[in-house]
Design a protein around this ligand. Structure first.
Ligand SMILES: Cc1cc2nc3c(=O)[nH]c(=O)nc-3n(C[C@H](O)[C@H](O)[C@H](O)COP(=O)(O)OP(=O)(O)OC[C@H]3O[C@@H](n4cnc5c(N)ncnc54)[C@H](O)[C@@H]3O)c2cc1C
Length: 416
């Protein structure tokens, strides 16, 4: 069924009894050309582009829970392409361009809202670093604006300008950045892939990877053995765990990242704002809740909930930036398991095993990457060649020493 104003009216007149399920619930077949592990944003987008761009439709996505139960449905929904390094910026800008056409492409409202992303600066040194970042963006043809203190004040008068420990001196704005509805992205790609013949198998956990003569022949799952010609791993926070099933050790640590949402308020925060004197980011959802988060909890964990010390730290940063936040009630918090790589940048790569491909290491920036990650991973699986914008994201860069360390934090996953 195609969604349109007409289909809305037609179904409303039919007491909304005519809506078809958004995707099928198929039984797994014994063998697929491609199996993708992980029904998050990246796994679903990969399956969609395999079918749509590369004509490979005999594909299954295996998800241990329900579609979108992982990080894709847990993130703070920020979408931007304001990176600096040549390894990153073209990739994230490619993603941004895909975002800009995604609703038409999928015939699904992913609620992309290009409300602008502002990174604040609080010292001359930080200003210079942001100017460098902005210039890096312009070099790749991506617009960035340096806004002075009074300019920021006009846009965001509720920030703490006058009594702050770290006074706000200005910010770097990417107007095309913003937010998208996270679940809708998973649902939109799932529906698109299903319509092209991809089997989406929920409640099907991969428990082993079977190999013969150095090649993957299929996966052991809680639904039985499923054979495949090629296997793609897109298990985000569980990447190391799944890769270990093929005796592959990854340069990844898994850490919890928490997020928070407040009670609904009238529209008050028009942009996405990123604090420069710590690690805090905030936006307002369409329902009115303020959605925010900060740093990872800092120790390895597979729990989808975080500790109170980090929650307190995030609140402190939020109140330092917006004092009025102290009067707002927080409704909920939750956590997601982040696949933190050694240099803070992702991996879309072949592996030492011939027909096994890896998509991982998204740290806490993988939501914005969903369209490009899916496209480039599908390109790699279909053609056996790395897509040009993802050419720096190879797994062997850690052996060769070609790090993409955007944060300049060194080989320490919990600092990126
Ligand atoms: C709190 C929080 C805030 C974030 N904020 C942002 C943000 O604002 N902007 C941004 O760009 N990014 C953000 N991120 C990061 C982003 O959400 C992730 O990088 C991205 O979603 C990861 O890719 P994914 O969607 O495929 O992951 P997931 O949705 O986690 O998909 C992986 C799937 O694999 C499944 N799986 C794992 N093991 C197995 C197995 N053995 N068998 C079968 N299935 C398996 C899991 O159940 C899961 O559904 C945030 C993350 C969190 C947790």
């Amino acid at each position: 069924m195609r969604y349109s104003a007409l289909s809305l009216v037609k179904n409303a007149l039919g007491r909304n009894l005519g809506w078809a399920p958004v995707w099928r619930e198929p039984e797994p077949r014994p063998h697929y050309d491609v199996v993708i592990v992980g029904g998050g944003g990246h796994g679903l987008a990969t399956a969609y582009y395999l079918a749509r761009e590369f004509g490979i439709r005999n594909v299954a996505v295996l998800e241990k829970g329900y579609l979108g139960s992982g990080n894709v449905g847990r993130n703070t929904t920020i979408v931007r392409s304001n990176y600096m390094l040549p390894g990153n910026e073209p990739f994230y800008e490619f993603s941004m361009k895909l975002w800009e056409g995604l609703e038409r492409e999928l015939n699904y409202n992913v609620m992309l809202s290009q409300r602008g992303v502002m990174i604040l600066y609080h010292s001359d040194g930080e200003r210079d670093a942001l100017i460098r970042r902005g210039n890096g963006m312009w070099m790749e043809g991506v617009a960035a604006e340096l806004i002075d203190r009074e300019g920021v004040r006009r846009m965001m008068p509720f920030l703490n300008f006058d009594h702050a420990r770290f006074p706000i001196l200005g910010g770097l704005l990417q107007r095309r950045g913003g937010t998208a509805r996270h679940d809708a992205v998973a649902w939109g790609y799932a529906r698109g892939a299903d319509r092209l013949g991809v089997d989406l198998i929920q409640n099907c956990e991969v428990t082993g990877i079977r190999r013969e003569a150095g090649r993957v022949t299929g996966v052991e799952t809680t639904c039985g053995f499923i054979g495949c010609g090629k296997l793609g791993l897109a298990a985000a926070g569980h990447s190391s765990h799944v890769a270990q099933m093929a005796d592959l050790s990854l340069p990844i640590e898994s850490h919890v990242l928490q997020a928070f949402v407040t009670e609904g308020l009238k529209p008050c925060i028009d942009h996405v704002i990123i604090y420069g004197a710590g690690h805090f980011y905030i936006s307002q959802s369409d329902k009115g809740g303020l959605v925010f988060g900060g740093e990872i909890d800092g120790f390895g964990s597979y729990a989808q909930r975080g500790n109170l010390a980090t929650a307190e730290h995030v609140m402190e940063e939020g109140v330092a930036m917006i004092p009025g936040l102290s009067r707002v009630r927080v409704l909920r918090s939750w956590g997601g398991v982040m696949d933190m790589s050694m240099d803070g940048s992702p991996i879309i790569s072949p592996t030492p095993i011939d027909n096994l491909y890896l998509n991982a290491g998204w740290c806490y920036g993988g939501f914005k990457a969903t369209p490009a990650s899916g496209f480039c991973f599908a390109h790699l699986i279909a053609k056996g060649e790395t897509h040009p914008v993802a050419r720096f994201f190879r797994l062997d860069r850690f052996e060769r020493g070609h790090m993409i360390d955007e944060a300049g934090a060194g080989p320490q996953p919990n600092l990126h």
